[in-house]
Design a protein around this ligand. Structure first.
Ligand SMILES: O=C(O)c1ccc[n+]([C@@H]2O[C@H](COP(=O)([O-])O)[C@@H](O)[C@H]2O)c1
Ligand SMILES: Cc1cc2nc[nH]c2cc1C
Length: 349
């Protein structure tokens, strides 16, 4: 990934001085020491990421990447493939769940087609199509190595664009019928997790469909034998274009010291790919929520991240991260707006 590294520049280590300044300030605010719990540690983490002791996180930026998966023809999703394109159109009309939550938090929104099966003609779609759906991983590679790299590069560029537009935190979301199958295969390949432990029902498979999905993941891994030490190989053989783009966007945001608020299973598997490509990116990740998909708890544990919310969500699109955003914002407002013991004339311990 030499070319990508060149394009990204370095991902800077955390800013310890800013973090220390925030830590000291938080301890002077008018509250019992440590009483705002996770909000306090979040405030310090955000300072370390941004390099600013009093960071601003609004407006957040949300990028939804859409792509189709050849494996969808194997009966691994409760919904048909055409839903991906239909939902992409719905997103541009503002009718999807993430649109509602994005409006609630005043987010910038971007919708990127990286490989939907049927092209969507709508002005709100950024067309970065690599190919019309990935290959069916049960029989062929999801994509070529070049296509996998291209997906990452599109993600990097999309993140850089939304940051240039003013986004202070990045949320990456996706739509892609079949992408929990691809994400499960990536996760198993990268961690040697047993598919039985991490494959879930995705959009809501029946017991029979769920068993078939586990077998598909197992067979795809046996066929392709992706190299765990080579994340691009894993992405190309059993991944998907929106997953590569999300990994790239996460790298792109971190390279600009922009914190990344993670959504559900697919977004977090993309984050694991990003971490395997560039380990320092892990410092810029905050887990928004824990999805119902069983592999999500596993990948969060692998990344060492504790989610902010657990609302039994399994929508994707960036929805869980958008719902967690007000907590991030509250931590920054605590630092900026609360009085100190000295300023308010309140007696300290
Ligand atoms: O984010 C999650 O944790 C999540 C869990 C289950 C399903 N999804 C969404 O549902 C789609 C994938 O489910 P499936 O069953 O088609 O693999 C895809 O469009 C995702 O956005 C998302
Ligand atoms: C309707 C629908 C909306 C979605 N949004 C993200 N994934 C989705 C999957 C389906 C099926």
């Amino acid at each position: 990934m030499k070319d990508l590294e060149k394009q990204l520049g370095r991902i800077e280590p955390l800013h310890q001085e800013a973090a220390e300044q925030t830590r000291q300030h938080v301890d002077q605010l008018t509250k019992p020491l440590g009483s705002l719990g996770r909000l306090e540690t979040l405030a310090v983490e955000l300072a370390a990421m941004t390099g600013e002791a009093f960071p601003v996180v609004s407006p957040p930026g949300i990028i939804v990447f859409a792509a189709d998966h050849g494996v969808a023809t194997e009966g691994v999703s409760a919904y048909p493939q055409e839903v991906t394109a239909q939902m992409l159109l719905n997103l541009t009309h503002g009718g999807a769940g993430i649109n509602v939550f994005a409006r609630q938090i005043g987010a910038l929104q971007k919708f990127v087609d990286v490989g939907v099966a049927v092209e969507v003609d709508a002005p709100g779609v950024c067309k970065k199509r690599i190919r019309a759906a990935s290959g069916n991983i049960l029989r062929e590679a999801a994509m070529s190595r070049e296509e996998a790299k291209r997906s990452i590069q599109i993600g990097v560029e999309s993140a850089q664009e939304i940051v240039a537009d003013g986004a202070k935190v990045l949320i990456v979301g996706e739509v892609g019928i079949g992408n929990t199958t691809a994400s499960s295969a990536i996760l198993s390949a990268l961690t040697e997790a047993d598919p039985d432990e991490i494959v879930g029902r995705g959009t809501g498979l029946t017991d029979e469909g769920w068993q078939r999905k586990k077998a598909v993941v197992r067979e795809a891994l046996a066929l392709h034998r992706p190299d765990a030490a080579d994340p691009i190989d894993v992405l190309a053989k059993v991944g998907g274009m929106e997953i590569g783009a999300m990994a790239g966007a996460i790298l792109g945001a971190a390279s600009r010291r922009v914190p990344v608020l993670l959504d559900g299973f697919i977004a977090t598997v993309a984050a694991l790919l990003a971490v395997r490509l560039q380990p320092t990116v892990a410092d810029y990740l905050i887990a928004g929520h824990r999805s119902q998909e069983p592999g999500h708890a596993f990948v969060l544990k692998t990344l060492g991240k504790e989610p902010l919310l657990d609302l039994n969500l399994r929508l994707g699109e960036g929805s869980g991260a958008a719902l967690a955003f007000p907590i991030i914002e509250a931590s920054t407002r605590m630092v900026r707006e609360m009085a100190t013991f000295a300023s308010a004339g309140v007696s300290d311990r």
